[in-house]
Design a protein around this ligand. Sequence first.
Ligand SMILES: NC(=O)c1ccc[n+]([C@@H]2O[C@H](COP(=O)([O-])OP(=O)(O)OC[C@H]3O[C@@H](n4cnc5c(N)ncnc54)[C@H](O)[C@@H]3O)[C@@H](O)[C@H]2O)c1
Length: 419
Amino acid sequence: MKHDITNLKLAPAGKKRIEWAEQDMPVLSEIRQKFAKAKTLKGLKVSACLHVTCETANLVRTLKAGGADVLLCASNPLSTQDDVAAALVKDYGIKVFARCGENRQVYYKHLQAAIAHQPEITMDDGADLLSLLHTKYQKQALNIKGSMEETTTGVIRLKALEKENRLLVPIIAINDAKTKNLFDNRYGTGQSTLDGIIRATDILLAGKNVVVAGYGWCGRGFAMRARGMGANVIVTEVDPVKAIEAAMDGFRVMKMDQAAGIGDLFCTLTGDLKIIAKNHFVKMKDGAIVCNSGHFDVEIDIKALTTLAKKIRKNVRNFVDEYTLPNRRRIYLLGEGRLINLAAAEGHPASVMDMSFSTQALATEYVVKNYKKLLNKVYYVPQDIENWIAKTKLKSMGISIDQLTSEQKKYLESWEIGT
Ligand SMILES: NC(=O)c1ccc[n+]([C@@H]2O[C@H](COP(=O)([O-])OP(=O)(O)OC[C@H]3O[C@@H](n4cnc5c(N)ncnc54)[C@H](O)[C@@H]3O)[C@@H](O)[C@H]2O)c1
């Protein structure tokens, strides 16, 4: 089987959206032109397990332009844009295994298709593909030259494998590149999470108490944008330094236990589990809305909410489930606790994914050229790749910046000149 998607007839709509996103991805387009000329990825088998969105489509097109044979499967059962999947198959010759709403069994069947493709390079968003390779397909893992990881949660999982000396392939931590997390996690998640919440609920944010769990890159982006819409933002944290930052950025900081009774809308962005649990649900106001934009659907304890509820009404609106507690208060869970920006909206805007996916594309080229020197470790993206992407992005935005004079450069590198 060359693909498994929902409906090939959706291709024309998907193609339009891929082309629309491309207009806001000038850096990736420049890389695509270079790859098309140099064919640096000729014959390379790539299996990418990423959110199947129009931005990802432009990444896999770029890899294909470089000569790679690409298979794409979903990194989340709800994030696939079926029209994009169809266009990738029909118009761009990519092997796609992804259906929006696929169950766990189909999700893993698609990951197995990605492994059966015999990849030399893999890409992950959350490390599900690599995790499967390390548990059930260790022999195939040995053929892999290198693997790219897109998100914080994936890098955490892979660093844990490295710590146990069990990593079987070299990893490039795309997420840890500044050209990725400073923009994608902060501005991308910030905007698209709000977008997902608004599309799912159509609520007015002005005047609402919005509780943001986690003040990492994603959390601060979301907190900043929610404040911009007029919400009173409360932050919960476990890291004392980040909690001070949130307080000095002007947000109220408190324990979730206290915030539970105040919030109108709760959003978790921690990469951790059970951030909102039974003891919090029982304190919530009638009509409280809870959602998650962290990688896995573990941040809200849905099992506890289900057990607690005396009545559950699914789909009272698209992406909204109503849980009525014994105290008669209703709690609304969005997107089944999965990434709300991908479930109810379209994921990050193309302009930030331009940098994330340019980092992916150039890191792939780097692995192809350097894999013989790489060990089974988690590596940072080489600095010259980040610099090139940042400069090219600035150029595309029509922004020029100053350059150090040789006198300034010397001064900054020396210690002799003082008071
Ligand atoms: N929605 C998206 O499209 C998207 C995009 C990028 C990353 N992510 C995911 O979002 C999550 C967060 O990513 P990040 O880059 O902001 O990570 P980060 O490490 O920068 O921030 C996470 C923050 O959560 C805090 N935290 C951990 N446990 C907590 C708890 N019990 N209560 C309160 N705070 C807690 C940590 O101290 C940290 O400050 C990850 O799962 C990541 O994979 C999602």
